[in-house]
Design a protein around this ligand. Structure first.
Ligand SMILES: [Zn+2]
Length: 302
């Protein structure tokens, strides 16, 4: 038999009643919200981008988001989403690329692209940052007519003198236009990497994605080292290029190791092979282009 205790019963009932009211209040609020959402989503929108009619906040044909009007708040939201957002944010991608580059790039390649900054955007961002750091350092270009004088030199193309000219050109290219050098070598390293790791079943495009992220990360490293060079005593010690070389190797072998799921030994051996073959291919092409231009210049100059 159940004994009813009046006082306790009243108290419990009070609590229950209160919580009932609260939960119904929340329920009402939720259904109100729900109705509001339903109202929003039943409203037919015409896509400003492709003209498709759809319900909801995104076009189901092209993915365009509805933008009623551009406001300061909207721009701020966009910027925040782009830089620190967990979905496709720059900071998130940057962090993941340091912590676990292999997993991050593999995720991207198997199609989970939404949560990351796209490889090209990533590379362009850090290359721009690097170029700004170069501007800050204000390294004066030595002898702006250098390239012209080398090309107009009367040394015959493909001759041994022209080879010496090519080496001069190459040193100039590496020192003065290192950004072009590092961007230009990407397809060659990717082709070389494809050859060395063809048993891993990646296609060339997937490997280009790998190198694009890699060079984004490397451009960040070079920029950071450049910023240290703003300190005169540090700059005078001329450590920077050795540090950049060490960073390049560490970053490169670690990324290769994780991405292709190899041991350190294989990563370093094959990674060095990739680097050597890619560089050789790039230099050969530069050599051909340099002498080809020289050939035509001499042909039309006389
Ligand atoms: Zn659309």
């Amino acid at each position: 038999m159940m004994r009813v205790v009046p006082g306790g019963g009243a108290g419990a009932c009070g609590v229950i009643k209160f919580s009932c009211n609260l939960s119904s209040l929340i329920h009402n609020f939720q259904s109100l919200n729900h109705m509001q959402n339903r109202l929003n989503s039943t409203e037919e929108n015409e896509c400003a981008n492709c003209g498709n009619s759809f319900h909801g906040n995104f076009c189901n044909n092209c993915g365009q988001k509805i933008i009623k009007r551009f406001t300061g708040i909207y721009l701020w939201e966009q910027l925040r989403e782009d830089v620190i957002g967990l979905e496709s944010g720059l900071v998130h991608t940057f962090k993941e690329l340091w912590i676990s580059p292999g997993r991050m790039i593999s995720n991207y390649i198997r199609g989970a692209t939404k949560q990351y900054y796209s490889p090209l955007k990533y590379l362009i961002f850090w290359t721009a940052a690097y170029l700004i750091s170069v501007q800050l350092l204000n390294r004066a270009e030595q002898n702006p007519d250098f390239l012209k004088s080398l090309l107009l030199h009367s040394n015959k193309p493909f001759s041994s003198e022209a080879f010496a000219d090519f080496l001069l050109f190459f040193t100039w290219f590496m020192e003065q236009k290192s950004d072009f050098y590092f961007l230009g070598i990407i397809p060659f390293l990717a082709a070389s990497c494809y050859i060395f790791f063809r048993n891993k079943n990646f296609n060339v495009t997937e490997i280009v994605i790998f190198f694009t992220y890699f060079y984004g990360q490397f451009a960040f490293c070079v920029m950071a080292v450049n910023l240290f060079d703003l300190i005169p005593t540090w700059r005078d010690m001329k450590f920077s290029s050795s540090i950049i070389l060490i960073l390049f190797s560490l970053l490169f072998f670690r990324m290769i190791k994780q991405f292709f799921n190899e041991s350190w030994k294989v990563a370093i051996l094959k990674g060095s092979g990739v680097s050597l073959l890619g560089t050789a291919m790039f230099w050969s092409l530069l050599f051909l282009v340099f002498n080809g231009i020289k050939y035509f210049v001499l042909l039309f100059w006389d």
